[in-house]
Design a protein around this ligand. Structure first.
Ligand SMILES: [Zn+2]
Length: 83
C-alpha cells in the first residue's frame, strides 16, 4: 500500500476509486512521487480535494508531459500523464 501525506491522501484515494493505477512510487530529488497510469481527475480534484499546502503544476516538457499535485509542506507529489 502506497502512502502519501494527509494532504494528498484524498487524491490518492479518489484515483483508486476511479480505477486508476500507480505506475511507480519513487523519490525524485528531495521529494516523494506517486505516478499514476491514467490522467488524473484534475478538475474534480482542484474543485474539491485541495488544501492550502498543495500546489498544482503542469510540466509541458515534451519528454514529460505531466501534471502534478505537490504538497509543499511534506515535499510529496502525485503525478499523472497530461493525456
Ligand atoms: Zn502534505
Amino acid at each position: 500500500m502506497v502512502k502519501t501525506c494527509k494532504h494528498l491522501q484524498p487524491i490518492l484515494e479518489h484515483e483508486f476509486q476511479r480505477g486508476n493505477e500507480i505506475i511507480t512510487a519513487t523519490t525524485w530529488g528531495d521529494y516523494d512521487v506517486v505516478y499514476f497510469k491514467k490522467k488524473l481527475d484534475s478538475s474534480m480534484i482542484k474543485n474539491n480535494l485541495l488544501s492550502d499546502s498543495i500546489v498544482y503544476k503542469v510540466n509541458r516538457d515534451p519528454h514529460y508531459l505531466l501534471e502534478e499535485f505537490h504538497c509543499e509542506y511534506h515535499k510529496k507529489s502525485i503525478m499523472g500523464p497530461l493525456r
